[in-house]
Design a binder for this molecule. Structure first.
Ligand code: BG6
Length: 482
């Protein structure tokens, strides 16, 4: 893998450069990479979109103002040199000729070895048109194409999108981004499991009762009403981020941390993931969603999803995976819980006469992986209460990863993934066959949509969600209870 010192010069083209993602994640990520000396020595960033933000200087001012809000320790000199390399050129699906010209001019300034990175942060409906335009203008030549999810809106549109991508680029040029895989804590799942003899032997149906993947969010639409109306929570979060987490938790040892091995292992999990049963899916919509900007008065779009999924292979057969996420819930968190089976009957279950009236009465052990920036791992156990009698007391074993790795500086997810694109490393990006299979998995829910149930803002979603077994998630996962 190339180290950052040797990265060749790059021209980065950002579609959606005046949008929310660019302001919150992409420009801050690029700035931080520049500040850490991880960007190539020479690079240009050409923002693009249908509407001009004004002159190049106006665009630089807009980007600079955004960075002042999102990056804490901004260095004025570095900021000036970063902004100096940024410009804007309008383009749309019908006409990209001026953009193509601007890209070629920038490339000429950077020499023969220059690389092209094209980042498509555009809504799913706009994607095929933009891809075709890139092809017509030869902008896909030698380029790495970064695509934001959702990749299509169902199996058919995803296949159509994939065909249009394959007409202009090879699979090894395509980086389908799912930023959850860029989170340090998610990669830590592999470290925890495969670098410790303690966990791997228990990582299967013999020891585990369930796996729960929970991403409650307290935020709402944040100006993204029209995006949500066209996608909804199932496509925005479940078939993408939460299923990718499931893939990382459930994969077989890939043998090496390398793109083909990791993606083959994850793809096999998705091949074994059973199409969802709509009867085991709860959809919800928070009260007041229909009053949000750009949302229809009678919208039926879901802002909450809870599902039960099954991976039908020897390791996982019979272990339910519960995936739950929603907007405007009580807290924001990202948590994976591996719930262990309890022993059937132990010395703590037997009566004085030696019978076992309530075998397995002890609460389960949970291995809890908190995937927030300040990643934490804890195991819920029971210990002997100090004192004269043999009584049990609940106890927690805690690991703060940042404390354990004192002095290391994590990369924010987009920062890490942008760097990987420039390195040409696809390990943490989604392959076409994974996308295809995940649309097959969610297809029954798209075809037979369960009724969308209302829930109160600040709650834990529709009451029915807690009727899925292990539905008591709010008690176990809320940071205030953690
Ligand atoms: C985005 C979704 O991809 O991920 C958002 O579109 C969601 O709806 C966000 O809020 C969550 O990301 P993070 O990095 O805050 O966990």
């Amino acid at each position: 893998m190339a180290s950052f010192e040797t990265l060749p010069p790059h021209v980065l083209v950002l579609f959606g450069a005046t949008g929310d993602l660019a302001a919150r994640k992409l420009f801050p990520g690029l700035y931080r990479l520049a500040a850490a000396g991880r960007l190539p020595e020479d690079y240009r960033v050409i923002g693009s979109g249908r509407h001009s933000p004004g002159s190049d200087d106006d665009f630089r001012t807009q980007v600079g103002d955004g960075l002042r809000k999102t990056v804490d320790d901004l260095d004025d000199e570095l900021l000036a040199s970063f902004l100096d390399r940024i410009s804007f050129q309008t383009s749309d699906a019908d006409d990209g000729s001026d953009l193509a010209k601007a890209v070629r001019e920038a490339e000429e300034q950077l020499g023969d070895d220059v690389r092209r990175l094209v980042y498509l942060s555009v809504p799913p409906a706009a994607m095929p048109g933009m891809i075709a335009m890139l092809g017509r203008e030869d902008l896909t030549e030698r380029a790495r194409l970064v695509m934001e999810k959702p990749f299509g809106l169902d199996l058919e549109s995803a296949r159509e999108l994939d065909r249009s991508v394959k007409e202009v680029a090879e699979e090894d040029q395509v980086f389908r981004i799912d930023h959850f895989l860029g989170k340090e804590a998610v990669q830590n799942i592999l470290a925890l499991r495969f670098a410790n003899g303690l966990f791997e032997p228990a990582w299967n149906r013999h020891s585990l009762a369930s796996v729960q993947i929970d991403v409650p969010e307290d935020l709402g639409m944040e100006g993204r009403g029209s995006f949500y109306e066209s996608t909804g929570c199932l496509r925005d979060m479940i078939s993408t981020h939460l299923c990718q987490l499931l893939g990382f938790v459930a994969l077989e040892d890939p043998g090496r941390f390398e793109e083909k091995a990791v993606r083959d292992a994850k793809s096999q999990v998705f091949a074994d993931l059973q199409p969802l049963d709509p009867a085991r899916v709860i959809l919800g919509q928070y009260d007041g969603y229909r009053d949000e900007d750009d949302v229809a008065d009678d919208s039926d779009v879901e802002t909450f999803v809870a599902i039960e999924a099954h991976v039908d292979n020897d390791r996982w057969r019979g272990v339910p995976f519960y995936l739950r996420t929603g907007k405007r819930l009580a807290v924001s968190d990202r948590v994976i819980t591996l719930r262990f089976k309890g022993p059937d009957c132990t010395l703590f279950d037997v009566d004085e006469d030696g019978t076992c009236p309530a075998p397995g009465s002890l609460p389960p052990n949970d291995l809890v992986l908190r995937l927030t920036d300040d990643a934490e791992i804890h195991v819920e156990l029971r210990a002997k209460r100090p004192g004269p009698d043999m009584e049990l007391v609940p106890a927690v074993m805690h690991l703060h990863v940042a404390e354990a790795a004192n002095g290391s500086s994590p990369l924010e997810a987009y920062e890490r993934l942008l760097l990987d694109v420039m390195r040409g490393d696809q390990t943490l990006f989604t392959r076409a066959d994974e996308v295809d299979r995940l649309w097959q998995v969610v297809a029954p829910v798209l075809e037979h949509r369960p009724e969308v149930q209302p829930y109160e803002q600040g709650s834990w979603g529709p009451r029915a969600a807690s009727e899925l077994p292990d539905g008591g998630w709010q008690l176990e996962h809320s940071p205030s209870h953690g």
